[in-house]
Design a protein around this ligand. Structure first.
Ligand code: C2E
Ligand code: CA
Ligand code: CA
Length: 534
């Protein structure tokens, strides 16, 4: 018999045994039962987070060893070239730097301004000879990065690699279940490396939380996973309520019900999300994308927001991870596409040169359902399929690369263009992602920020431009905030850009006004969308 059958049977037997026992005792037992279950779940989550961090840091150590064994020790072009290769092949590494004997940074391959880096932890020895870990703050960024360095390089030079803390923390709040947890990674000296979780502001003090802490033997870091005690009791409120006011036999009934089938507590985040889909609470914001050579708005990216019934606007980071881990993202994306067609379909359809982009999740590439969805939704709207752009983020690994290629091919056969979002920041390594045969790539803000300095001629962005050009992929730069960045992008022949320098994501009515002002359509010259006109 499977362990879960065992557990269900045990729950029924216990439930029956509880019949007739005083309610207060039942309540006590249920509370500790729930707490034990959750503690076990937290333990699993902590192991998962430690495992992820060790994998990432382990890959970074290997990269460091590899560079040192190849004799990389200076800021010469050949060494910078080898450092760039590492960025392309070893995913978690986002920058390689050469350090002087005093530990100060001499140069980096990426060009993040040197003055902006500050070491905020003690140096912490790792299980790897010579390799020390530190936590760094870069400029005014709130998120921290981990630096692994080895000072035993050629000619007294040290070598270091940076790994963003963001890559250590899973995007899902737990392993898909409805209990939301907070995950936090610290260096053993207590410096915060990174933190993720839906309820940073849940108000629960530390002693109101159920907490599990694990320590990595290899890297001198600890992982703390916690969830507010109040929430877990509330999420099992049916059980607790029955335990408090009901009789033992009612508790037996509830336990027996709980033992069968998936049981989702009312008021859980997943139930909230399901309700939001039903009530059509997701709204679209539109961020313009500008052609730098003509200064015209040529396209827009749709960015989702959740407008709750009380009017609060919830940003995507607070619900997209849960939508992804539960699979609800597929339904959420459909609803968003329909909404966009209804809201701006006519305006976009009458401007056949204008495109509109949507974000897809890794899950969309597990089967071909998205192909039929896209064909159906846009087939019934004035927006032509040739106007649709779909972005797949590099931040989540694609489970089945062959299937992903098939889905991308089928979407392209419809006339849709597919691109990679957040290129260079994710899990897969550039070369791997570029095998997908996409039409465009979006360069992450991280790299756009790095081009503010013209310190080194071989920057990642130039390598990307060259790659894009060789593979006939269009390049869009993201997160462009300053005039200087715009000028640099133009100088490197990057044509398209998106960012606060041009416009933030706009609500539908503002976006429509912008479209009309920038590119008025006069009744007489109303064009048909490309695919219809053919
Ligand atoms: P993304 O696809 O990389 O979207 C760009 C994000 O950068 C947006 O945040 C946008 O508001 C922000 N941004 C744009 N220009 C600038 C700039 O100049 N400076 C800075 N600092 N930020 C800028 P937003 O709207 O909060 O979206 C966050 C992420 O949520 C998106 O990142 C995307 O990964 C995800 N997301 C948004 N909408 C959807 C959706 O419909 N489906 C899915 N699967 N994910 C979505
Ligand atoms: Ca995007
Ligand atoms: Ca992006």
């Amino acid at each position: 018999m499977s362990p879960s059958r065992h557990r269900k049977l045990a729950a029924i037997v216990i439930g029956l045994a509880l019949a007739g026992i005083p309610a207060a005792l039942v309540h006590l037992w249920l509370s500790s039962y729930v707490e034990q279950q959750v503690a076990a779940d937290l333990d699993v989550a902590a192991k998962r987070v430690i495992g992820l961090a060790e994998t990432r840091l382990g890959a970074a150590v290997e990269a460091l060893d590899d560079l040192m064994s190849r004799g990389v020790h200076s800021c010469a072009q050949t060494d910078l070239g080898l450092m760039n290769d590492t960025l392309f092949s070893v995913t978690p590494v986002k920058e390689v730097s050469v350090l002087g004997a005093d530990g100060a940074t001499t140069c980096t391959n990426l060009g993040i301004p040197l003055g902006e880096r500050q070491v905020i932890s003690q140096p912490i020895a790792s299980a790897y000879p010579g390799v020390v870990i530190e936590v760094l703050q870069l400029g005014d960024r709130t998120e921290h990065v981990v630096r692994l360095r080895n000072m035993n390089g050629l000619g007294g030079a040290g070598l270091a690699v940076l790994v963003p803390a963001d890559l250590f923390l899973p995007r899902t709040s737990s392993d898909g279940g409805p209990v939301l947890v907070r995950a936090r990674i610290d260096a053993v000296d207590g410096t915060l490396i990174g933190e993720r979780g839906a309820e940073h502001s849940d108000g629960a003090s530390d002693d109101e939380r159920v907490v599990t802490t694990l320590r990595s033997d290899r890297f001198g870091i600890t992982v703390t996973i916690s969830t507010p005690r109040g929430r877990l009791l509330a999420s099992h409120s049916d059980l607790v309520m029955i335990g408090t006011v009901g009789t033992g036999s009612a508790a037996a009934l509830i336990l027996a019900l709980a033992a069968f089938g998936p049981w989702r507590p009312r008021g859980s985040p997943v139930a909230d999300l399901e309700r939001a889909i039903e009530n059509n609470e997701f709204v679209a914001y539109y961020q313009p994308i500008v052609d730098l050579t003509t200064a015209r708005v040529v396209s827009a990216e749709v960015l989702i927001r959740w407008r709750k019934p009380d009017g609060t606007m919830v940003p995507p980071v607070q619900f997209i991870p849960l939508a992804e881990s539960t699979g609800l993202i597929v339904e959420v994306t459909r609803a968003l596409m329909r909404r966009v067609c209804a809201e701006v379909g006519a305006a976009i359809g009458s401007r056949p040169d204008f495109s509109i982009g949507f974000n897809l999740a890794a899950r969309h590439f597990n089967d071909e359902a998205v192909v039929a969805d896209v064909a159906k939704i846009f087939g019934a709207s004035p927006i032509a399929l040739s106007q649709v752009l779909l972005e797949v983020t590099e931040r989540q690994p694609l489970e089945d690369l062959a299937m992903a290629r098939r889905v991308i091919g089928a979407l392209q056969a419809l006339g849709v263009r597919v691109g990679i979002d957040d290129l260079g920041t994710g899990h897969s390594g550039l070369s791997y992602m570029l095998k997908l045969g996409v039409d465009f790539i979006k360069i992450d803000k991280l790299f756009v920020d790095a081009i503010d300095t013209e310190r080194y001629s071989t920057t990642i962005i130039e390598t990307l431009v060259e790659l894009g050009r060789n593979m006939y992929m269009e390049i869009i730069a993201e997160g462009v905030e300053t005039f200087e960045q715009m000028a640099h992008l133009r100088a490197r022949s990057i044509r398209k850009a998106q960012g606060y320098a041009f416009a933030p994501p706009l609500p539908g009515p503002s976006f429509l006004r912008l479209l009309e002002a920038a590119d008025p359509v006069h009744p007489g010259e109303k064009a048909l969308p490309a695919s219809r006109a053919a």
